[in-house]
Design a protein around this ligand. Structure first.
Ligand SMILES: [Zn+2]
Length: 317
């Protein structure tokens, strides 16, 4: 069966066009939030390049497509961090293989997931290949963090940004694909922040979603702030979720159309809340959330950082 990819239509068209016109770049860098669909598209691109039917997009049924799906196509390799990092040995092995002609396909494709985890040695080693990739090979680097890559690596790749889907669009796809009702589709799409993979995971887990307006947006008491901060420490994804709500407020504040909202089902409540903030307050709330997220990645005192954030976000009485 042909891969049914949700969203990212423009990117797919761009990649199909590159295949059809024989102008595939030597290296791509797919950038986007976790589970937005980078790996799915990369794999589909790899299959499309080597699909035996040579039609637009991988057929999903030919021998080459099936081998790729089963993880044993000799010209497709996915390289993931070994432990915390992608190490130099993994890149050296890639370099030993990449000089040979494809065994069965048109091109050899190497997908490097979490490219921001290339350690410095490995990154420098990879640069040599990126400078002169063999004509019959393609490297596809995936990353959630463009800044985590050496500028010299970035500049040698064709960068393709992946954006989360607008909640309404994702919900539409989910309803069509999984035959679920609208309310549930919206709930999943918004909780996933528009990231397709996350939405699919949530559907699979059949989780019960907390789709209420975050407490911190209506709290005004310092004790509430501490209690909410404690909850956040138990839910590592809370800040990702929170930022989607403040973004909605910022959008409404600018008079953006409501179909752009992530939490479109809470339009009325959000509109009410928007009036209580100035543009500057919303900007600094979003900034504070991102700064806290960055701090947490640096292993600071989690409880303290979250308490400080909660106090910053607390509504002034
Ligand atoms: Zn095929």
């Amino acid at each position: 069966m042909q891969d049914a990819i949700i969203g990212h239509q423009q990117i797919l068209e761009q990649l199909y066009h590159a295949i059809a016109s024989n102008r595939i770049a030597g290296a791509y860098l797919f950038v986007g939030v976790p589970q937005v669909g980078k790996e799915t598209v990369a794999l589909h691109f790899a299959k499309s390049i080597n699909c035996l039917t040579q039609g637009e997009g991988a057929c999903g049924a030919c021998l080459a497509c099936r081998k790729a799906d089963d993880g044993n196509h000799p010209d497709l390799q996915i390289i993931r961090p070994s432990g915390a990092w992608i190490k130099i040995d993994q890149i050296r092995e890639l370099q030993q293989r990449i000089i040979y002609r494809p065994l069965e396909g048109v091109r050899k494709v190497y997908i490097l997931t979490e490219a921001e985890r290339l350690n410095l040695e490995a990154a420098n080693c990879l640069l040599k290949t990126l400078e002169e990739p063999p004509a019959d090979s393609v490297l596809i680097l995936l990353t959630t963090n463009l800044e985590g890559l050496l500028p010299t690596i970035r500049s040698r790749c064709q960068i393709i940004p992946f954006h989360p889907l607008v909640a309404a669009d994702l919900a539409g796809h989910l309803m069509e694909r999984f035959n679920i009702d609208e309310g549930r589709a919206f709930s999943v799409a918004t909780t996933a922040g528009g990231a397709v993979g996350k939405a699919l995971t949530l559907l699979q887990e059949d989780a019960d979603f907390d789709e209420e307006i975050p407490e911190i947006m209506t709290a005004s008491d310092r004790l509430d702030a501490f209690r909410i901060a404690e909850k956040w420490t138990q839910q590592p994804e809370a800040l990702d979720h929170l930022v989607t709500w403040y973004r909605d407020l910022a959008l409404l504040h600018q008079g953006a159309p409501t179909n752009l909202l992530t939490h479109v089902h809470h339009e009325a409540e959000l509109k009410q809340l928007t009036g209580r903030y100035s543009r500057l307050q919303l900007q600094s709330a979003i900034k504070a959330i991102f700064e806290t997220k960055a701090m947490l990645q640096r292993n600071v005192n989690t409880t303290l950082a979250l308490e400080v954030l909660a106090l910053k976000l607390l509504r002034r009485p």
